[in-house]
Design a protein around this ligand. Sequence first.
Ligand code: NAD
Ligand code: UGA
Length: 456
Amino acid sequence: MIKSILCIGAGYVGGPTMAVVAKHCPDIRVVVADINAERVSAWQSGVPPIYEPGLAEVLRASLGKNLHFSADVDGAIASAEMIFVSVNTPTKTFGQGAGRAPDLQYWERTARSILQHARGDTIVVEKSTLPVRTAEAMERIFRSAGGRSRFEVLSNPEFLAEGSAIADLEHPDRVLIGGATTPSGQAAIQQLVEIYTRWVPRDRILTSNVWSSELSKLAANAFLAQRVSSINAISAICERTGADVVEVAKAIGADRRIGPHFLRAGVGFGGSCFQKDILNLVYLCETSGLPEVARYWETVVQMNEYQKQRFVRRMVGAMFDTLAHKRIAVFGVAFKANTGDTRESPALQVCRELLAEHAQVCVTDPQAIASARRDLGEAVSGLSFESDPYAAARGAHAIALLTEWAEYAELDYERIYAGMEKPAFLFDGRNHLDAERLYRIGFNVYSIGHPDRSRL
Ligand code: NAD
Ligand code: UGA
C-alpha cells in the first residue's frame, strides 16, 4: 500500500490533481513540489495561483493535513514511494525539431533529480503529456546509474480540461494507466489502480502498455482539436452560403455516431495543449517515416490558423477596410471561459493583428487581464486593459467577443450601444450572444458561421 506520494510540478495539472487525490486518500501523505517558489507559497496560503472553479474549496479541505506544497524538490523525492511528474512540456523553440517537437529539458532534469535523490524502490508516473517512448527513455536513464533504488515507470496521462478540472478529476470518463508487461510493471499498475479506485469506478480504469497510453493522450487531443477545426471549416462555408453553423452542428451532432460535443464553431482553439500535442504527433510521424500521416494532422493546425486570420479579415472588411485609430473593445482574452489562462489564446493573436492595423485595442476579461498583460506587454502603443466591460466598450467602434464568459451574455447591450460610435459593430467569435436581439438594438452583427446581419 502506497503511503506517500510526491507530485513534481504544481501547475494547472499537478495542483488540482493532487488536491483531489488528497481528498480521497486521507491516509496518504501527498506533497506537491515545484521549483517556482512563488507558485508554491500561493498554494500554501490556500489561494491557488490559478483560477479554476471549485479548486480553492478542495484545496483547503486537505491543506496542511495530508496535502503539502514544497519548493524543496530534492528533499521531497527522498521520502516518496510514488512520484508523479507533471512538469511543463512546451513546444521546442530551438535546434532539431524546433516548432514541433516537445522540449523535454524539464522532464529530463526531473528524471535526473529522481535518480539522484530517491532512497528506495520508487514508482515514477508520467502525468505530463510526452512523446511516445519517453517512459522507455526514462527507464534507460534510471537503469544507467545502476544505483541502489529500483524504478518502475508508468504512463498515466491527464485528460482534465481547464475550467472544469475539478469535475473532470472527480468524475473522469476514464483513467488510463500504461505499464510494463513484466510482473513488477503489473504490480506497479496495480498500486496506482488501488489509488484511483478510492473514487473512480473500476470499469473506468483502463490499463495498457506504456506506448499505447502515451499515444492515446496525443491522439485524444488531436481528435478533439480535429472536430473543432472541422466545424470551423464548415463555419466558413456557412458565412458564404446563408447556412447557420449552430443549426448545422445540431443536425450533425444528433447522429449518435458523431455526437454533440466539440462542435462549437469559434475564433479557433487555444490552450497550452491542442496545438502543442498535434505538432508533437506530426513530429512523431515525420521521424517515424510517415510523412503522409504527418501532413494529415498538420492540416488541423493550419485550419485553426486560417480561422483566426479569417476573423480579423472579416473585421477589417466590415469596418470599411481600415481600423486605424478606431477603438475596439475585446471581450475576453482567456482561451476559454472559466479560466484565467491565456496560453495560445486565439484572442492574443487577434489583438496583435488589430494592433498591427493601428486599432486602439481595449481588452477586458473577468480573470485573465494579468496574464494577458504579460503576454501582450504593458506599454504597447494603442493597447489598454479595463476590468469593466462597459468602460471598455465606451466610445468604441466595435466589440470583438473572443471568450464565452457567461457574464457577457447578461450585459445591458442597449446601454453599451448607446455609448458607442456609430455605426456600431459587434463581432461574436463564439456565437455566444443573441445576434437577432443585438441587430434589433442597432448593432451590425457578425457571428461565426452566420451571414452578416448588417444595415450597411
Ligand atoms: P504548468 O506550466 O502550469 O505547470 C508545470 C509546473 O512544473 C510549473 O509550475 C513549473 O515551475 C514546474 N517545473 C518545471 N520544471 C520543474 C522541475 N525540474 N522541478 C519541479 N518543478 C518543475 O503546466 P501544466 O498546464 O500543469 O501542464 C503540465 C503537463 O500536463 C504538460 O505536459 C501538459 O501537456 C499536460 N496537461 C496539461 C493539461 C492542462 O489542462 N493544462 C491537461 C492535461 C495534460
Ligand atoms: C483539452 C482537452 O479537452 C483535455 O481533455 C486535455 O486534457 C487538455 O486539452 C490538455 O491536454 O491540456 P483544454 O485545452 O483545457 O482541454 O480545454 P478544451 O475545453 O478542450 O478547449 C480547448 C480549446 O478549444 C478552447 O480554446 C475552446 O474554446 C476550443 N473549443 C472547444 C472550441 O472552439 N469549440 C468546441 O466545441 C470546443
